[in-house]
Design a protein around this ligand. Sequence first.
Ligand code: S3P
Length: 180
Amino acid sequence: MKNNNNIILIGLMGAGKSSIGTQLADRLSMQFVDTDEFIEKKLGKTVNEIFEIDGEVFFRKLEAQILQEEDFMNHVIATGGGMPVFGDNMEQLNKLGTTIYLRISEDKLAERLWMVRKKRPLLRDIKSIKDLSSFLEQQLNIREKFYEKAHYVLNINDKASCEILEDLCIIVDKLKKTSH
Ligand code: S3P
C-alpha cells in the first residue's frame, strides 16, 4: 500500500464510487471523502449550482486545487467522474494513493442514472434513455484512456454492491501484504 494509505475510486458518474466508498471506509476504519461533497461544503453551493453560476471551468479548477492543496492520509476518496480527465489530475491521483477504476457499461449506467439525471449538470437536459446511453458511451470513449491509468481496474457490471465491496477488500488486503 502507498505510504499515505489512501484508496481512490474513479470512474463515470453513477458507477457507485460514493456509496461503495462509504462502505469500504467503514469496513476498513478509514475516513471517507467525496470530492464533490468536499467542494460543495467549501463553497456552500451544490455542484449543479456551481456549474450553472460559475461554470464548468471553475469547477474543474476547484477539483485540481483539492489535489494540489489537501493532504489526505488514510482516506477512501470518491472522485467526481471528470476529475481524472483534466490537466495532470490522473497523475496526481496516482501519487495520492492507490487508484481503482470501477468499470461499468454505458447501458447499465444509463439505467441507473435515468431517474436521477436532473441532479447531474451534464445529464439534466438529456431527453431519452437511449440518448443518455449514447452520451455515456461518448464519455467512456473519451475518458477511459485516463481511467485505465489507474493502479487497478475492477469490472463491476453484473456485481451486487456486496460483491464489489468484497473485491475491493481483496485488493486492499493484497496491497497491505505487499507493502510489508
Ligand atoms: C461529473 C461527475 C460528477 C460531478 C460533476 C461532473 C463528470 O460526479 O463531479 O457533475 O464530469 O462526470 P460523480 O461522478 O460523483 O457523479
